[in-house]
Design a protein. Structure first.
Length: 155
């Protein structure tokens, strides 16, 4: 099965049909998705600002990251639980959108970077140029995810 055929079959699922055919379901799921985005933005921003030397500078990066972690995980879970049904409802349309593929690629990179690099660096209370570079790259990756997600609606 090629990738386009997979997207066609995903769009024919009962969940996709229910969201597409409902007057209120897509906007309701989208609203929760946006709330998850706001939560994600806060959880990412608070740690990245600390790594950049701003924000909660009285606390070590490890403490800020530990405090933000449950919020980050809840936000990611919310985004996945709402994003998948939203994507299913218009899978074929998304297949042809460069912004969708950019968002998914940036999301994969941002998740790997956050958990494999940023959080580990923050846990060691690293400061200086390396912490600033990691904080800046994390912000750039997550902003790419958000911007590309918004771009999907305009492309």
């Amino acid at each position: 099965m090629d990738l386009y055929a997979l997207f066609e079959s995903l769009e024919r699922t009962p969940v996709a049909a229910a969201i597409r055919e409902s007057v209120w379901l897509f906007p309701a799921v989208e609203a929760v998705h946006l709330l998850g985005l706001a939560l994600l933005g806060g959880a990412v921003l608070i740690v990245d600002l600390r790594l950049l030397g701003a924000g909660l500078t009285a606390q070590p990066p490890s403490q800020v990251e530990r405090a933000a972690r449950p919020w980050l995980l809840a936000a990611i879970a919310t985004m996945v639980m709402t994003g998948v049904p939203l994507a299913l409802s218009e899978a074929v349309k998304l297949y042809d959108k460069e912004a969708y593929w950019l968002k998914m690629s940036a999301l994969a990179c941002a998740l790997v970077f956050t958990f494999a690099v940023r959080n580990r660096l923050a846990a060691r209370d690293v400061a200086g140029l390396s912490a600033k570079a990691v904080g800046a790259l994390s912000l750039a990756l997550w902003l790419t995810v958000a911007t590309a997600g918004r771009w999907i609606g305009f492309s």
